[in-house]
Ligand binder design. Structure first.
Ligand SMILES: [Zn+2]
Length: 64
């Protein structure tokens, strides 16, 4: 789904455009991050539903 189509002036809640990486704790644009769920990671470093930046995804072996 394209976020630009959903963006509308009358939309009451605006999602933050950035999210904090679960690995390095830095903020990155959400679209550049890897969303973690059961199929993308099988280690105990992260929890399902967290996001990591791509360098961390590589570092921790998260597939995307
Ligand atoms: Zn990171």
């Amino acid at each position: 789904m394209d976020e630009r189509i959903l963006a509308h002036p009358r939309t009451p809640t605006v999602e933050p455009k950035t999210a904090r990486c679960a690995g390095c704790r830095l903020e990155y644009p959400r679209r550049e991050m890897v969303y973690l769920h059961e199929e993308t990671h099988d280690n105990l470093t992260f929890f399902n539903g967290e996001r990591v930046c791509k360098p961390c995804a590589r570092r921790y072996g998260v597939s995307h």
